[in-house]
Structure formats: C-alpha cells, structure tokens
Design a protein around this ligand. Structure first.
Ligand code: ATP
Length: 235
C-alpha cells in the first residue's frame, strides 16, 4: 500500500511549551489511522499542525506526493486535505444544501458539484430529507454527519476528523460510526482523533497513542481494548 501522508519529527510549541514533541506517523491509501490519548496529550495540536492551522517545526510533511509543510491551510485544502474540527462547525442559519455547496468552495466544476451533492444525499439519506432546512435544526449527530459530508464535497484525498463522537449520545455516536464506515467504503482515507469511542478506534488500521506530546504506543485498531485504553491513559 502506498503512503499518502508522511509526517516526520513534528514538533509544535505554544510559547515556550512543547505540546507535541517530534512525532512521526504515516497514513496509507484507503487506511483509517487514529491518534488516541487522554486530554491534553497533543492530538488536536497535531491535526491542526498537519492542516497548517498551527506553525510547527518538522523534518517533513509529505502529502500525495507534495511537500506541504510550507503551504498555507488553504493550499493544503487544495492539495486534498479536508479537516473537520472538534465540535460541529456547520453554518446553522444556512440550509443543508447551502452547507454542502460551501464545502465545494475550492472547486469550479458545477456539474461535478451537483453530482457530488446528490452522492452525499445517497450516502446520507437523512440529509436529503432535510435538504431545505437550516442546519441548526438538526441534532448533534446529524450536524456532525453534515460536517463530514461537507468536507467530502472538496473531494479530499484525506479526511481529518477531530473527535467526531465527542459529546454525542450513544445513538448519535452510532450514526457517526456508520458515517465513518461509509466514507471508508468510498475509499477515502481518514486520520481520526478519538479518545473514548472504542468502536471507532477498533475500526482503525493503525493507532498511535500519544502521551504528553509523544507517541508511546502503536498498534492495529483491532488489538485495542478498553483495558489497554485505561492503561495508556492512566499511566
Ligand atoms: P483534548 O482531547 O483535551 O483536546 P488533545 O490531546 O487534543 O486534548 P491538545 O488540545 O492538542 O490536546 O493540547 C495539547 C497541550 O497543548 C495541552 O497541554 C494544552 O493545554 C496545550 N494547548 C492547547 N492549545 C493551546 C493554546 N492555544 N495555547 C497554549 N497551550 C495550548
């Protein structure tokens, strides 16, 4: 399997404090890779640095054959990175249709955009039923689904998801897990931050566990158990 994203020796500091201390990871074509760890371990900071939203020092961030370490966040989106941040960042006063159209802002192919909106509605029928309603009227899980579908509208080569299940009810978490599974079946690779949803972690091909800014364990998702998470987070 060829490597899509290669991050080597990534360090991120806030003022004088190093939040991420020289981590390296790779994501292969069509893989789900998870970053796990307790609060403050450096998961969100790592994702934001990879997307160009935070300055960092690193030897290399290579993505889809390009060195992207010096590119702006917008240019990184144009090379095929789509980042869905923590919390549900939909535009609540815009309709679901309008939210999806905004996700395609880097594209000019109007026909392709219309086609992909319908493709998202086929993947996520709940969104189709409510396409003319404002996004703010949807539940938390549905908004998370919309945020993911909107990111897919840029036709990303890699989808970056930061704690998509955070703060959701078990039923809504189920919905988000189904969404991740559908995206995987669409062959779009995912770099995921997860803390507690073991099912999402177990869906991953590879898992990197962070503790105070360092990778302390790597595994395949299927090997990760609740007991292992407790051990990793408490020690
Ligand atoms: P959580 O799940 O709580 O978001 P995380 O693993 O994503 O945890 P980060 O948010 O990346 O962790 O934070 C890593 C470290 O950097 C923490 O010690 C945090 O307090 C610190 N940090 C994060 N954002 C800032 C900031 N804007 N300014 C200063 N320190 C920050």
């Amino acid at each position: 399997m060829s490597t899509l994203l290669e991050v080597t020796n990534l360090t991120v500091s806030y003022g004088g404090i190093r939040a991420v201390k020289g981590i390296s990871l790779t994501v292969g074509e069509s893989e789900i890779v998870s970053l796990i760890g307790s609060n403050g371990a450096g998961k969100t900071t790592s994702l934001r640095a990879i997307s160009g939203l935070l300055a960092c020092q690193c030897d290399k961030i290579r993505f889809a054959g390009n060195d992207i370490g010096n590119l702006s966040p917008d240019m990184r989106v144009r090379t095929g990175l789509a980042h869905v941040p923590e919390g549900r960042h939909v535009f609540p006063a815009l309709t679901i249709d309008e939210n999806l159209k905004l996700g395609a802002y880097v594209r000019k192919d109007r026909k392709g955009i219309s086609h992909d909106i319908e493709r998202m509605y086929d993947l996520f029928p709940i969104l189709k039923e409510r396409r003319k309603q404002n996004a703010g009227t949807m539940s938390g899980g549905e908004q998370q689904m919309l945020a993911i579908a909107r990111a897919m509208m840029s036709r990303p080569k890699l989808l970056i998801l930061d704690e998509p299940t955070m703060g959701l009810s078990p039923k809504m978490i189920e919905l988000v897990l189904e969404t991740i599974d559908k995206i995987r079946r669409e062959q779009t690779p995912i770099l995921l931050v997860e803390q507690n949803t073991i099912e999402a972690i177990q869906m991953s091909d590879h898992v990197f566990a962070l503790r105070v800014g360092e990778i302390v364990h790597r595994d395949v998702g299927a090997n990760v158990s609740d007991a292992m998470l407790k051990h990793l987070y408490l020690n």
